[in-house]
Design a protein around this ligand. Sequence first.
Ligand code: SF4
Length: 215
Amino acid sequence: MKKIDLIITELSKLYDGEKGSLDFTTPFELLVAVMLSAQCTDARVNIVTKDLFKVANTPEQFAKMNIKKIEKLISSISFYRNKAKHIKECSIQIIENFDGNVPQSMEELTSLAGIGRKSANVIMLEAFNDCQGIAVDTHAHRISNRLGLSNESDPLKVEQDLLKKIPKKHWRLMNHLLVYHGRAVCDARKPKCEECTISSCCKYYKSIKNKSRSL
Ligand code: SF4
C-alpha cells in the first residue's frame, strides 16, 4: 500500500466522522471563531464566543462596537487586542465590499483583515461545505513534517506539498484527520509513537528508532 493510502486508511479508522470543533450558527460566527482560534484552543474559543455572540454576532454589530468593548469581551483569548482590531476591520470590509455577507471564495475571504489561507480553508469547508484545500494549522504542520509529507516550514508551502501528494477526493477528510491525530496522539512535546498506528511510515519515528539502535 502506498504511504499516503496507509495514512488515510489508518487515521480514518480513528477519526472519520469527526467535525470541526468550533461552535457557530452562521458563517459570520464561524469567521469570528476562526479568527479567535489562532494560537488558542478551540475549547477556550467556544467558552468566549458563547457569551460574545449573545452581545454581537453580525458584521453590523461589530462594526458599530467600540474597539475597547470588543477587547473586553475577548480578553481571555491570546492576542486579543490584535484580534479585536481584525474583527472590527473585517466587519467593516464585509459590509462595504460584500453587502454584509461573508464572501464565498478563497480570494475574497483572504482579502479580509485577519483571514489567511488556513482560516479561509476552514470557513469554505465548515460554513459553505466547499473544500478548497487542506487547512494547515499547527497540528497539520507538525505531523506533515514528522511523517515526511513535507519538509517545509512555511504553512502555505506545506499545504501545496499535501495537495500534490493527497488525492483531491481525500482533501475534505484530511482537514480533520491531521488535526485530530495531532491532538490525540502526535503531541508537539511528547508524541505517543508507541501507540501510533501510522508509525511504520513515519520519518520522525524511524529516525528516533535508528538513533536508539546506534546508542
Ligand atoms: S509515529 Fe510518532 S511522530 Fe510519527 S505520526 Fe505517530 S505519533 Fe507522530
